[in-house]
Design a binder for this molecule. Structure first.
Ligand SMILES: [Zn+2]
Length: 187
């Protein structure tokens, strides 16, 4: 994702707005530094102003494995479907596509009963990077036809998604499953 060079007051204001959106969504500092042209000092000030505390210094979620476990995979796939749709049809890209797709993802998850968003914006950002780096891709489920996040070099000929074939512990209610399928297909 390119960081635009800012030369105007309006451009600068736009960078601040992007940073605020990302901070409110829970973005980590590294994401803010890479996706805006604001200085680290300004970002730290903004962060403290909005969150009332300094950003976490903990490890960033670099691993691709998280996206493969059951619930994260369904959430990541929902997000990636939305993101790809926006890139293809809504004429937006870069960090704006990330922000819009993440907002739509949150809306969709909150519309499903008993479901909390499990994908953080920082993980969503990494997910896009893993796709761009060719490390991950979407594969079609042969049962429901939905597209799901997978490792790029796995075999996908007979892929069945986590909604169609949930692990025993996850098979809570038929209603929840139907809601997830509907949400994934609507994306
Ligand atoms: Zn499926």
């Amino acid at each position: 994702m390119d960081t635009p060079v800012v030369k105007t007051v309006a451009g600068e204001a736009n960078q601040v707005k992007i940073a605020i959106d990302l901070i409110e969504m829970g973005a980590r500092l590294q994401l803010l530094q890479e996706e805006t042209s604001l200085s680290r000092e300004r970002l730290l000030r903004l962060y403290k102003e909005i969150k009332g505390e300094s950003p976490s210094k903990g490890m960033l979620p670099y691993s691709t494995d998280w996206f493969m476990s059951w619930q994260p995979n369904i959430h990541s796939s929902m997000f990636m479907d939305i993101y790809r749709f926006l890139i293809k049809y809504a004429g937006i890209g870069g960090v704006q596509a990330l922000i819009t797709a993440y907002r739509l993802y949150l809306d969709q998850v909150r519309g499903i009963e008993d479901t909390e968003p499990s994908l953080s914006i920082t993980r969503a950002w990494f997910l896009i990077r893993f796709f761009k780096a060719g490390m991950m891709q979407l594969a079609p489920c042969k049962t429901c036809g939905g597209y799901f996040v997978t490792h790029a070099n796995d075999l996908h000929d007979n892929y069945v998604c986590g909604i169609c074939h949930p692990p025993a512990r996850a098979g809570k209610t038929r209603a929840a499953k139907q809601a997830l399928i509907a949400a994934a297909q609507a994306a």
